[in-house]
Design a protein around this ligand. Structure first.
Ligand SMILES: Cc1ncc(C[n+]2csc(CCOP(=O)(O)OP(=O)(O)O)c2C)c(N)n1
Length: 372
């Protein structure tokens, strides 16, 4: 189905979400049609924020908002759905559009398998009626379902469209770019070179895939690395837990700007505990590059300044490999928590692979290494 027809059938004029590769057609359509516009289309920091923003929109306009997200975002919306939107509380009508990764029977990465299994069940549990959209769904089917959903929305309930791969199409391309020169994979390569046998906890998305491939290409073990393949936004807290309990090891966290923003409060806690053996690197491309390049708000944000403000003893911002190498060397020698913000371009290699070891193997190797 053409994404324009889908959007028209929903009949909404406000969209908020966190981008998803499986919803690329919708995300690109919204970016081309509205860009980022506080009254029409907002990419929020996490899906729970989207639900709350949708509630504000509804109360101010009386209209029904649309919240879009990957199914991994279900965990982030459950609290505001149960305690804000649900009709036992404020009864805020909302249409969710959810990309279905890890659908049973379709091969997907480990972080999507269980989430895919429980995607519809979680909606059922949250009293959200859902309808699965696939390539075969006709516009008439959709319109009929929407008529039915309108009755529920009128009662202050939420409904969801669960979108299978390829269900929505959009022919126009959107080019996402910035003025930064450094490529993320090369940044990760420099980090690997500087960190020797230290621990690396890397964030959700392509940064972890690049780290894995760099280790392979170098003929190095993967035991140094914990790849945070799911649970976006939590890499720095994982690194914190390791750093505090392994004070003799240096722990580096490779974070993304989208991930750091998703749970920004984590940084305040890292700063407060301030493990002397931890280095937090935020690769800032101002984008959710992994899922297509849609913007985050970090292009207008100085993450290094922010880190200093919330209490990191040291934070620097770099935009050249020369400056990056110096910052990495300083951080490796430092005896205090520090943050390095690395300004990065948007893009990745087309043939970038995925980890060939399982998540469990990753954890076991990592734990064995930590115990050495
Ligand atoms: C809770 C949750 N929402 C959405 C996603 C989908 N997702 C995976 S990676 C990613 C973008 C990450 O952006 P950033 O941290 O800036 O790193 P980049 O991809 O730009 O390197 C998104 C939105 C997810 N994995 N989990």
């Amino acid at each position: 189905m053409k994404v324009q027809d889908f959007v028209d059938a929903l009949g909404a004029d406000f969209f908020t979400g966190v981008p998803d590769s499986q919803l690329k057609a919708l995300c690109n359509y919204l970016m081309n049609t509205y860009g980022i516009d506080a009254k029409r289309h907002v990419i929020a920091a996490n899906e729970g924020n989207c639900a709350a923003l949708a509630a504000g929109y509804h109360m101010a306009t009386g209209k029904v908002p649309v919240v879009y997200m990957q199914n991994s975002g279900e965990g982030n919306i459950i609290n505001p759905v149960a305690s804000l939107l649900n009709d036992n509380v404020y009864a805020i009508p909302t249409i969710f559009v959810i990309g279905w990764r890890g659908e049973p029977g379709i091969h997907d990465e480990p972080q999507h398998v269980y989430q895919g299994m429980v995607t519809v069940k979680l909606l059922d549990d949250m009293d959200i009626q859902s309808y699965v959209l696939d390539k075969e769904t006709s516009l008439d089917d959709l319109k009929a379902k929407m008529e039915e959903f309108k009755g529920l929305l009128a009662k202050g309930k939420q409904v969801a469209f669960v979108v299978r791969k390829g269900a929505l199409s959009y022919d126009e391309k959107v080019e996402y770019k910035n003025d930064n020169a450094m490529v993320r994979e090369e940044i990760v390569r420099h980090i690997v070179a500087a960190t020797g046998e230290d621990v690396i906890v890397s964030t959700t998305g392509k940064a972890s895939r690049e780290l894995f491939e760099i280790r392979e290409a170098n003929g190095q073990s993967h035991k140094y690395d914990f790849l945070t393949v799911g649970s976006m936004g939590h890499a720095s807290s994982i690194a914190l837990g390791v750093a505090v309990n392994k004070p003799d090891r240096k722990v580096w966290c490779i974070d993304g700007d989208g991930a750091a923003l998703m749970h920004l409060g984590a940084m305040a806690v890292v700063a407060n505990i301030a493990p002397k053996n931890m280095v937090h690197i935020v690769i800032n491309n101002g984008a959710h590059e992994t899922v297509g390049g849609m913007p985050t708000v970090a292009s207008g944000l100085n993450v290094a300044k922010l880190a200093e403000t919330i209490g990191y003893p040291k934070a620097v911002r770099v935009d050249t490999f020369e400056a990056l190498d110096k910052a990495l060397k300083d951080a490796a020698e430092a005896k205090e928590l520090s943050l390095i913000e690395v300004l990065c371009s948007i893009g990745a290699r087309d043939d970038l692979g995925r980890p060939t070891t399982t998540a469990l193997e990753n954890k076991e190797n990592f734990m064995k290494f930590l115990a050495e």
